[in-house]
Design a protein around this ligand. Sequence first.
Ligand SMILES: [Zn+2]
Length: 207
Amino acid sequence: MASITGKFTLFNVKWTIEESRKKSPNIYYISYDRNVITLYTDFEGNRISTDILVSRFWEAAFKVILVQMQKAKLLNNSEFVSAYASLLEQAIVTLNVDNQYSGGFSLGIKQYSIRKNPQLAKEDVIGRFYCPTSQIEVTGNHTHEENIDTIFHEIVHAINHRLGLQDHKIDREDNVNVLSKLIAEIYRTITNKIFINESAIKKTRVK
Ligand SMILES: [Zn+2]
């Protein structure tokens, strides 16, 4: 028996999140025909912890995004897709941003910081990822939604650097925009609150 625990949209298509206690060799299952992510919540008769469930959800959600990107020939190696999904999932699960756009996230053992820097506007940019200090800066001068989109955009650059892909076409501005806007779309539309960090959700979701 599976129960529906949430919904989100991606490319404006509605997706359903289901939880199932059925024994399965998988930790989740993605149905591209029905647009459903099924999360298996039992491990040897015990319910798995919320933290693990949240991680699994994001891993599955990013797989869906990345499969779409593969179709668009932006990515072509399936091993690489797994590594990418795993880093995106870590970034979102650990993302913490306060209402002054200050905070951070981690990728593996590496910590990244986020801060507001209105001076950036003088250089005609709204955000940047600075690799040597693992820092993301955002001007904070735009609408809240745009500021958050910018943070997601810079997170994608950070992941590309982490994977050594700063010269790959995936790190081209148009491709970074596609990926970061899709992440933002899930983030804004998801109805099951456990899959979003409380610290970040309050300021990121559009009412
Ligand atoms: Zn960029």
